[in-house]
Design a protein around this ligand. Structure first.
Ligand code: AMP
Ligand code: ZN
Length: 468
């Protein structure tokens, strides 16, 4: 597997720290609103990377955080007159719903910044002890950027470039208690009405870069295989994560750094601040979210991707072609005669996996991998018919489902429950409740919910409807 490593700016052969295992940290969203489809890009591409590595036999430990303490969350809480916790809880739940719709697997762990403050205080204390950080008069703790010996190695910036940029800024902003304008905040004092935690320096809260260092180390170790996120995070976020982690731990923070390109709209980065965004929820009103996933995977993850109605329509049609091939196989399988494909045919089918893997091994080239899936669809359409044996059709179907599954695409139509089946399950649930078997009753409710059937207990008995 070759991965483009932002550190070396080269494609490198992936060598895990531990044979057969992969530790990966992906910076997650700041939860103050519904996520937009730009935020969904790293979720989809790195989920696909994770699925692929699992398919290649790696035991993947995948950690992705929720940033649940931040100026934007506080601003939103004040606007609504509720607590920051209420805002972050709400949008974590909403984000999880969107992830489910996008078929993004839950991370092995989803740590939250507010639950890891103790670890952050430890890290900052350690950095102060080692001379890498200092407390200013107002209680703010800063990192001594210039002391970090290879600062800029990820973003390929040198201190002189940074000085030129910051020199202008400092004249406008004035001195704010830093020894050096290149220094960045590790801990900041509370302001009126903000959430805060006690610390040896002042009541306050951690800076954003500190969070990810602490959570990555706690759940994955001091050196991890891969750290990932959108390319806007390279500087300063990831550069500052490296500076802190490596100063404290004395070992490399991550061996590979992967960054996805921007999702653009009219050639401009989609973002909350530019107000040029669509939320995942907006898209779900018009499309099955599988279409959005497929649209994202049709491009290479490092290329910029422009969102447009035409490309979404093309993605919808493409996904439909794959689904049609899957249902054609199901249809043929109902009446196919027993029999196995010849060794040659079986080999021909397996060749699609080989070519798919080859594309994915080249720095996760999902665009080429999708082309291989389309070739398989064409192969199905031209070779599967009423005369095909059951074994042959099954092998084709397994191949199609296995490749789609690595991409996280659901291509089998959900089997619809017939009204009579629903009624029977509802009766069984009533019986279960009568005999106080509430576990079974809940299980039936959940099973129906998964199929899009919503139950409502009314005085007139149980009513049900299909979710549209
Ligand atoms: P944020 O909540 O802004 O910290 O973003 C969460 C994740 O989404 C980060 O990995 C960002 O790099 C990524 N991201 C935000 N906007 C875009 C965009 N327009 N295209 C691609 N990735 C983005
Ligand atoms: Zn991060």
């Amino acid at each position: 597997m070759k991965i483009y490593n932002t550190l070396s700016r080269k494609k490198e052969e992936f060598r895990p720290i531990k044979d057969g295992a992969l530790s990966m940290y992906v910076c997650g969203p700041t939860v103050y609103n519904l996520i937009h489809i730009g935020n969904a890009r790293p979720m989809i591409v790195f989920d696909t990377f994770r699925r692929y590595m699992t398919h290649r036999g790696y035991d993947v430990n995948y950690v992705s955080n929720f940033t649940d303490v931040d100026d934007k969350i506080i601003a939103k809480a004040n606007e609504e007159g509720v607590s920051s916790d209420e805002i972050s809880e709400r949008y974590i739940a909403e984000c999880k719903k969107d992830m489910e719709g996008l078929n993004v697997l839950p991370a092995t762990v989803h740590p939250r910044a507010t639950q890891e403050i103790g670890g952050m205080i430890e890290l900052i204390s350690d950095l102060i002890e080692k001379g890498y950080a200092y407390k200013a008069e107002d209680g703010t703790v800063y990192f001594r950027t210039r002391k970090s010996k290879d600062y800029g190695k990820l973003s390929h910036k040198n201190i002189e470039d940074l000085e030129a940029g910051h020199g202008r800024e400092i004249k406008v902003k004035g001195d704010d208690g830093k020894e050096d304008y290149l220094d960045f905040v590790l801990w900041k004092p509370k302001k009126e009405g903000e959430p805060f935690w006690p610390s040896p320096w002042c009541d306050g809260r951690p800076g954003w870069h500190t969070e990810c260092c602490v959570m990555a180390k706690k759940y994955l170790g001091a050196t991890i295989d891969i750290h990932a996120g959108g390319e806007d995070l390279i500087f300063p976020h990831h550069e500052n994560e490296i500076a802190q982690s490596e100063a404290a731990n004395g070992v490399p923070f991550a061996n590979y750094w992967m960054h996805n390109g921007f999702l653009n709209i009219d050639g401009e980065k989609m973002s909350k601040s530019l107000n040029n965004f669509f939320t995942v929820r907006d898209i779900s009103e018009k499309y099955d979210l599988q279409v959005l996933r497929f649209f994202m995977l049709s491009a290479h993850y490092r290329s910029p991707l422009n969102f447009s109605a035409e490309l979404m329509e093309a993605a919808k049609a493409g996904l439909e072609r794959i689904k049609t091939a899957a249902s054609k196989l199901d249809f043929l399988l109902k009446t196919a005669a027993d029999g196995e494909p010849s060794a040659e045919k079986a080999e021909e089918i397996k060749e699609f996996t080989r070519r798919f893997d080859e594309a994915m091994d080249d720095d996760l080239n999902t665009a080429d991998a999708v082309s291989v899936v389309f070739e398989l669809v064409k192969f199905i359409n031209t070779t599967a018919d009423e005369n095909s044996s059951k074994g042959y059709l099954k092998a084709l179907k397994e191949e199609l489902l296995s490749l789609s599954d690595v991409l996280g695409l659901i291509v089998e139509e959900k089997e619809e429950l017939l009204d009579a089946d629903i009624e029977a399950l509802i009766n069984e649930r009533q019986e279960a409740r009568k005999s106080k078997n509430f576990a079974r009753a809940d299980e039936i409710r959940d099973q129906l919910l998964k199929k899009g059937i919503i139950l409502e207990d009314t005085r007139q008995g149980v009513k049900w409807k299909r979710k549209d």
